[in-house]
Design a protein around this ligand. Structure first.
Ligand SMILES: [Zn+2]
Length: 309
């Protein structure tokens, strides 16, 4: 009897331990970055990094990037390398990355379908499905009519809309990072890279606290970033830091098993905000939380300054 009780207590503790396990999945948009690929002498630096880290990740593809440089065949091979990687799940991110709210339903759907050609071909070759769809700019439409229309279409095509909980404006950090690298200001670039790591960790912690406050527990987070130079150089450090903070790096599929993702998206505007905000009932509640987010004004200012010069 004592032994039985002990086993019960032990399994309960184990369950609690598992339930408390913090986890996050890595999702990468705008794959493949063919411009950078060419610049790097046709070495897929980010893909190689992820391979070496041996963590699962999910990619969202824009096939028009194949034609962005003249090395079309090599670019196709690059896309194939991403898709065939064991640890990669794949998603459609449209062909040419338009804004749905501006593009309109018909033309947007055409772009989604155009974005499936090579991806489906390679996916079939490596026995993978193409289940996920992520909106460019996470723009799901300008009003509830556009939202409903595209949701129904995606459902009819068996696509799952890819959500995220955390992003850290990596594209903005990358823009400033690139600027310094192109100018040969390596130390400045390095400082931006370090700032990107710090702000990303701060944002993960912020959303962690937010979910604990809203849901009373840690949820399975999804991090959104891009196929760019700053991630090729710093995503490794971010993943190390996340592990140090007791995060398990899980697959996107695993993240989606968290029941929070079954909630309804109440946000009928075009802005690409975190799903944690979309699930809130009122705009007041969203704004209240947004005001508490870690400050990104330093990088925003640097970005603006470069644009203006
Ligand atoms: Zn994108």
């Amino acid at each position: 009897m004592k032994k039985q009780l002990f086993t019960i207590i032990l399994s309960f503790c184990l369950y609690l331990g598992l339930a408390q396990q913090k986890s996050i999945s890595i999702t990468i948009d705008d794959v493949p970055n063919t411009t950078k690929y060419q610049k790097d002498g046709f070495t897929p630096v980010l893909l190689n990094l992820l391979d070496s880290l041996d963590v699962p990740f999910t990619i969202f593809i824009n096939e028009d990037k194949i034609l962005q440089t003249d090395a079309v065949n090599r670019n196709k091979e690059l896309l194939e390398s991403w898709i065939k990687t064991d640890k990669a799940l794949i998603g459609n991110h449209t062909y040419s990355h338009p804004r749905y709210s501006e593009e309109g339903f018909k033309s947007f759907v055409k772009d989604i379908e155009q974005g499936e050609n090579l991806t489906r071909q390679y996916a079939a070759k490596y026995n993978k499905g193409l289940k996920y769809f992520r909106f460019p700019f996470n723009d799901i439409g300008k009003d509830s009519i556009q939202h409903t229309q595209i949701r129904e279409y995606l459902k009819s095509k068996d696509y799952i809309i890819a959500p995220f909980t955390v992003e850290s404006s990596d594209w903005m950090f990358d823009f400033v990072y690139q600027h310094y690298l192109d100018n040969g200001e390596v130390e400045m670039a390095k400082a931006i890279g370090e700032q990107y790591v710090e702000k990303t960790i701060a944002l993960v912690r912020f959303f962690e606290e937010m979910t604990k406050s809203l849901y009373g527990r840690s949820v399975k987070h999804i991090y959104l970033c891009h196929d760019n130079a700053i991630n090729a150089d710093y995503l490794g450090e971010i993943i190390t830091r996340l592990k140090h903070d007791d995060y398990k790096i899980v697959s996107f599929k695993e993240s989606l098993t968290d029941p929070i993702y079954d909630q309804e998206d109440h946000y009928y505007k075009k802005w690409g905000i975190s799903w944690l905000y979309r699930w809130m009932d009122t705009q007041e509640e969203r704004v209240e939380w947004m005001k508490q987010e870690p400050d990104l004004s330093e990088i925003q200012d640097a970005y603006q300054q470069i644009l203006e010069n």
